[in-house]
Design a protein. Structure first.
Length: 556
């Protein structure tokens, strides 16, 4: 489970999934599998059954703050979703999370040496950027350098293993790159796949370009679609066919993203203003099922809700023992039951930071729900009840919980608020708009606790360093500023382990340590429900599968 790509949208930064149920008339989830890596539900149709042309209308909660998804400002799931039809990735993923080389961009990707570790990328000679420049080894070298973390002027969102890349060399010609690693890196396949993406060297060549060149507009792309128009004022982004695309011709003419508050998504779908949305609740599911022409598509989701705590010096939760005690007082099973009853067969919390339910390696490493123990531990730490709220050295134990202004997030916060009140801990619910949520609130650490969503993929180790490694001079995605030398060393050991079974064992040790640090608390895994116009084909709830954007369209 790749955890690096983050989301704020209510149901929408961490492997796993192809054609299931979702159109039943009943309101229960009976008969639906809860396991990732088993199914997807996208109404699969062959190309000959898809109409030529059309506009697929989708929703997003805010206009991109930075189109460079490798940057800290742009490392958001919704931005990545918009860019997926436009940018190169090395691998495609099927319903079981199995990988295949994306031959539109690479004719071969192979581990060509283990001592030292070397990976050779051979680029499709037909692959060109939209500005006419060929995709070459220099694009790979430039990106590897930018994401290495060696130059702190690059405001990167994730190193993605490039901190282990010692050098990138030209292969047999300009269309081949050879990456040599300073020591083994287990998740090398994910460096240009999953949530990873290759940008042109014009974006990654220097800190100024990397940080700022895509703030206002997308740069050169290389996919079946490209940016046709944008209107920040109207909140609209239109992707059109790339006339120079060398692969299969897309069926759709355009894909249009409209900026809409999450609370308006289902109504917009019902009013025929958009064609597909991720659903947020059982009420959303009922509303879609009750609307003619719409269907619910559902495969177990690869996105997960969590709480990140702020452990920065001086914060109310700076003490890890306080964070752990508070974690034990939060009824995560109660949250799962309240928010997912009727959406999945057996609502249960997510109990791992690294692997998702149904993924090989998943096991329960979580702290027990034990409010009585939480109260005793806070007492022992000197946080004594004074009326309804605990106090220490004149400071009240009141937490400000920040989240995107969404009804489901607020519901979860209210449950947590009630849980913590039982042990004398106050919680203030502080909702924020989508625009600027990460850049203005989360990245600066303007929270005691924060709620948002991480997205998974088929590369479970790719982001454990990004999120759980603590370097005060290179935070990346560790927004809570929490960690330890022991956890850092364990993460390094895990990422160097090329034996898959041993890597799984080490990754679960990382997960246990993350719980013990009180770093963050996973809540629930997405049920994966989408509301979709019935005539839309090859799109919906993909699970782990990657979309083929050339086949998405409307049935004849």
């Amino acid at each position: 489970m790749r955890s690096g790509m983050r989301w704020i949208a209510g149901a929408v930064a961490v492997g796993l999934i192809a054609a299931g149920c979702g159109t039943a008339d009943d309101d229960s989830a009976a008969g639906l599998s809860d396991a990732l890596g088993t199914t997807s539900d996208i109404n699969p149709k062959p190309r000959e059954e898809i109409r030529e042309g059309g506009n697929l209308r989708l929703a997003t909660t805010s206009f991109p703050a930075n189109w460079n998804t490798l940057s800290n400002d742009g490392n958001e799931g919704e931005i990545a979703e918009i860019e997926r039809p436009m940018m190169p990735r090395a691998f495609n993923t099927d319903a079981a999370g199995e990988l295949s080389i994306n031959h539109d961009y690479f004719t071969a990707v192979a581990l060509t040496s283990t001592d030292p570790q070397q990976v050779t990328y051979t680029i499709n000679p037909k692959a060109f950027w939209s500005d006419g420049a060929p995709i070459t080894w220099e694009d790979i070298r430039s990106q590897a350098n930018a994401l290495s973390g060696r130059d702190k002027r690059f405001l990167i969102g994730i190193t993605n293993g490039f901190e282990f890349v010692e050098k990138v060399e030209r292969g047999v010609d300009d269309r081949q790159a050879i990456l040599t690693f300073s020591h083994p890196y287990a998740e090398w396949r994910g460096q240009f796949a999953g949530n990873g993406v290759l940008f042109p060297k014009s974006v990654t060549q220097d800190p100024e370009s990397f940080n700022n060149s895509l703030v206002d507009a997308m740069g050169p792309t290389a996919g079946p679609f490209q940016v046709q128009s944008t209107d920040r004022g109207q909140g609209r982004i239109v992707l059109g066919r790339n006339p120079n695309w060398w692969g299969e011709r897309p069926k759709l003419d355009t894909i249009t993203y409209s900026v809409l508050d999450r609370s308006a998504w289902v109504a917009a779908l019902q009013n025929n203003e958009i064609d597909a949305v991720m659903l947020n609740s059982i009420d959303d599911v009922k509303n879609v099922r009750g609307t003619e022409g719409l269907v619910v598509r559902r495969a177990p989701g690869n996105r997960w809700r969590h709480i990140t705590f702020n452990g920065a010096p001086g914060s109310i939760l700076a003490d890890p023992a306080v964070r752990v005690a508070i974690s034990k007082a939060i009824d995560r099973q109660g949250i799962a039951t309240a928010t997912q009853n009727g959406l999945v067969e057996n609502p249960r919390p997510l109990n791992n930071h690294v692997y998702l339910q149904g993924q090989r390696g998943y096991q329960d490493n979580s702290l027990p729900y034990d409010p009585a123990a939480a109260a005793r531990e806070l007492d022992a730490l000197g946080w004594k009840l004074n009326g309804d709220v605990r106090e220490k050295d004149g400071r009240k134990l009141i937490i400000r919980d920040v989240m995107y202004n969404d009804a489901l997030w607020v519901q979860i916060a209210q449950i947590i608020q009630q849980n913590l009140a039982q042990i004398g801990v106050g919680l203030v619910i502080d909702t924020k708009p989508a625009a600027g949520y990460f850049t203005d609130v989360i990245q600066p650490g303007d929270f005691d606790a924060a709620q948002f969503i991480f997205q998974g993929d088929a590369f479970p180790l790719s982001s454990i360093r990004q999120i759980y490694y603590y370097d005060p001079n290179d935070l990346q995605g560790n927004f809570g500023r929490i960690g330890s030398p022991e956890l850092n060393a364990l993460i390094e050991r895990t990422l160097r382990e090329l034996d898959p079974a041993k890597a799984v064992e080490l990754a679960n040790e990382v997960d246990r340590k993350v719980f013990e640090e009180g770093h963050s608390l996973p809540l629930t895994q997405s049920d994966g429900s989408w509301g979709v116009r019935a005539e839309v084909a090859n799109f919906g709830s993909p699970g782990l599968s990657s979309y083929d954007y050339t086949k998405i369209g409307f049935v004849k």
